[in-house]
Design a protein around this ligand. Structure first.
Ligand code: AMP
Ligand code: MN
Ligand code: MN
Ligand code: MN
Length: 285
């Protein structure tokens, strides 16, 4: 089975519409595709429609989301899979997250203005259009205005870790995020554990905290990665009795190293997240 359970569309910071994403998944031989936009399920309806129209698509599509969260003070990402986009609890959480994003965007723009780059908020908003406002929109604005040559450079100079655009945010707490995903009928997956650049001890602790908070699975493979990293994550997941997931974290065809369906296969030594029994959606009292 070629599963890709972590992808983005134009509903957040991806380059392709959900329809174009599905077409690419068909072309790349994907059997199971999850759309997991940042703090949004807005693209899911279009994905569902595209899947029902595409006669070549015989796979399963999954309603998903990638939620920014805080574990203690560490910002992390939690992917929710098989969520009900109409869940009121999920809707309320995502609305709050987008409010946090708006506040952060104002702070980023103020800091960029103080550094001589004026007009970032309006510029990023325009580039985002209906999408969830995120740092890549600021990066694209910085490039469009000639402040940087590439998006990568924009992150390296202004938006990345430790730079002025790296504003602390009051994202929802990890246990809340897990609870809300599960109340929406979903499975909660710790996204790309290697991307937080933690020491071995801290990574072990994060995965332990995630399991203790009731998380379901971790991404064993996220985009291209070293075999040793896959092996380490596999051992940590098994030790914490978590299931495994895989995804490309696809954003754009320009990033050819993480194309849709390129994450490969989940190692046989771990229970796949797609084999866990599905949760039913919790109805609010
Ligand atoms: P946000 O959710 O608004 O904080 O934006 C995070 C997104 O920015 C990630 O999901 C990536 O798509 C993108 N991103 C983060 N770091 C980098 C980087 N160094 N270069 C390019 N894109 C990045
Ligand atoms: Mn992204
Ligand atoms: Mn992420
Ligand atoms: Mn992602």
């Amino acid at each position: 089975m070629n599963c890709d359970l972590h992808t983005h569309s134009t509903a957040s910071d991806g380059a392709l519409s959900p329809t174009a994403l599905l077409e690419r998944a068909v072309a790349n031989g994907v059997d199971c595709l999850a759309l997991t936009d940042h703090d949004s399920t807005d693209g899911v309806a279009e994905l569902a429609e595209a899947a029902s129209r595409a006669s070549e698509w015989r796979g399963e599509w999954v309603a998903g989301v990638e939620i920014s969260a805080l574990c203690a003070r560490l910002p992390i990402h939690v992917v929710g899979l098989w969520v009900d986009p109409d869940s009121p609890q999920l809707g309320a959480l995502l609305e709050r997250q987008r409010h946090v994003r708006e506040q952060r965007a104002e702070a980023i723009a103020a800091r960029l203005a103080a550094a001589g780059m004026v007009g970032a908020l309006a510029g990023a908003r325009q580039l985002a259009a209906a999408a969830v406002l995120s740092r890549p929109h600021f990066a694209r604005w910085l490039v469009a205005e000639g402040h940087c040559r590439t998006v990568q450079q924009a992150f390296k100079r202004w938006l990345g870790r430790g730079k002025i655009g790296d504003v602390r945010c009051e994202w929802a707490a990890l246990d809340t995020v897990i609870d809300v995903i599960q109340a929406a009928g979903g499975h909660a997956v710790l996204a790309h554990p290697e991307k937080y650049r933690l020491s071995r001890g801290k990574l072990r602790q994060l995965i332990g905290d995630f399991a203790a908070a009731g998380g379901d699975a971790i991404e064993i493979v996220s985009g291209p990665q070293e075999r040793a990293d896959t092996e380490r994550l596999l051992q940590l997941a098994v030790a914490s009795e978590l299931a495994g997931s895989i995804g490309s974290d696809f954003h754009s065809p320009a990033q050819h190293w993480s194309d849709v369906g390129s994450a490969g296969r989940l190692p046989a030594a771990i229970q796949p997240v797609w084999d866990l029994p599905r949760r039913s959606v919790m109805v609010a009292p």
